[in-house]
Write a protein that binds this ligand. Structure first.
Ligand SMILES: Nc1ncnc2c1ncn2[C@@H]1O[C@H](COP(=O)(O)OP(=O)(O)O)[C@@H](O)[C@H]1O
Ligand SMILES: [Mg+2]
Length: 385
């Protein structure tokens, strides 16, 4: 398990103080794949490098596999090579002048990670087999394809059999197709090894596809932690909903409760029944988030509570039809099934599913509202594998 508690790191840039991590806390249950996701500059790398011991935080505690490796309060700062971690960076930092074998053997030959000479060939071969590079031991590292170099970096990170694997945007140098393939490969390998992994990316699709748990970061803080499904379907605020996938944001005002955690919201396009986390008072302003795939278009009959809308644009994408519409003055985007036949200028009806209409405070709501994933949940077997 990895536990990060109230991690604070501020950089000094000339006169300016740059708060890179401002109280980051999370737990990664043993063997799980955990992703720090967020826009560039939000503090992902700082957090990961602090866990690795490459940065010394200003405050907080870090525990790896039951061992306290950093605590400002208790004056603990274990050096990186004694933390039992393997790490792969964005630029995999492969040594171009070395063979594949020597690249992987390097961590076994230096410093305190050194192992007896005769053990090295076996361990290197095992690490290379794990990433399916067997047989390429003698090849110069530069004579590998992009995907192979990425796997070589992974073999080097795994050769000392670390308890925790840290990956910082390891695929950003690969082309889109290879990246998608490596996603599956890396995840299968991680699952096979059962190694606790923290993955850093700014790519939301990657985060959703690979992770057991995602922590979304914004300006040095974690805004929400949850399973990919929770993050996508139950965003806690506007930042999350905007960052993950695409969505329609409709301003409105709460009219009153209509059921269990459901509220009637008045909007410029018509009334809408919405879910509101933590409840809401009548008269309060909200922003309603509705995903394009959660709206259904009806050509003839008007379902209960449906809005009338005009089709502005239709783009056929094969797997779906991307429709732009307006309801009242409100622009909306809808992803419809390809069987739908609508044309520009058509009048149609739009139906919504209350659970899929998420109303949030316009200011975004405080991050403290974010539910925390606890190890208790994990031990009850609720964290998906
Ligand atoms: N060595 C440094 N000196 C000064 N500022 C830094 C340094 N490293 C990172 N920062 C700043 O800290 C913030 C967080 O950076 P980083 O952790 O690299 O974000 P991310 O990995 O999410 O893109 C950014 O504003 C960045 O410019
Ligand atoms: Mg980074």
């Amino acid at each position: 398990m990895v536990r990060v508690t109230n991690l604070v790191k501020t950089y000094q840039d000339g006169r300016a103080r740059i708060p890179a991590a401002s109280g980051v806390s999370f737990e990664v249950p043993a063997g799980r794949f955990f992703t720090l996701l967020g826009p560039s500059g939000c503090g992902k790398t700082t957090t990961l490098r602090s866990i690795a011991g490459l940065e010394k935080p200003d405050d907080g505690e870090i525990e790896l596999d039951g061992v306290l490796v950093f605590s400002r309060h208790r004056g603990v700062h274990v050096p990186p090579n004694l933390r039992g971690i393997g790490m792969v960076f964005q630029s995999y930092a492969i040594w171009p002048h070395m063979s594949v074998f020597d690249n992987v053997a390097f961590p076994l030959r230096v410093g305190r990670g050194r192992v007896p000479r005769r053990e090295i060939p076996d361990r290197v071969r095992r690490a290379l087999a794990t990433v399916r590079l067997s047989g390429l031991e003698g090849r110069p590292a530069t004579k590998l394809s992009g995907g192979q170099q990425q796997r070589l970096a992974l073999a080097r990170a795994l050769v000392r059999e670390p308890k925790v694997l840290l990956l910082d945007e390891p695929m950003s140098n690969l082309d889109a197709k290879l990246r998608e393939q490596m996603r599956l490969e890396l995840r299968a390998l991680q699952r096979h090894l059962g190694i606790t992994t923290i993955y850093v990316t700014h790519d939301q699709a990657e985060a959703l596809a690979m992770s057991n748990l995602v922590a979304l970061m914004h300006e040095g803080r974690i805004v929400q932690i949850g399973t990919p499904r929770e993050i996508y379907e139950r965003p806690v605020n506007r930042f999350v909903t905007d960052f993950i996938g695409s969505t329609n944001l409709v301003p409105g005002r709460v009219a009153g409760p209509v059921g269990d955690a459901l509220y009637q919201v008045e909007t410029a396009a018509g009334p809408l029944v919405c879910a509101i986390r933590g409840g809401a008072a009548a008269g309060g302003e909200v922003i309603v988030s509705v995903r394009p795939e959660d709206v259904s278009i009806h050509e003839r009959q008007r379902p209960d509570g449906a809005w009338e809308a005009t089709v502005e644009q239709v783009v056929y994408l094969g797997e779906c039809v991307d429709c732009r519409l307006t309801a009242g003055d409100v622009p909306l985007r809808v992803r419809a099934h390809p069987s739908i036949r609508v044309w520009r200028g058509d009048r149609v009806f739009l139906a919504f599913h209350p659970e899929r209409c998420i109303a949030m405070r316009p200011d975004g709501g405080p991050p403290e509202d974010a539910p925390k994933w606890t190890s208790r949940d994990a031990s009850e077997g609720q964290a998906p594998r």
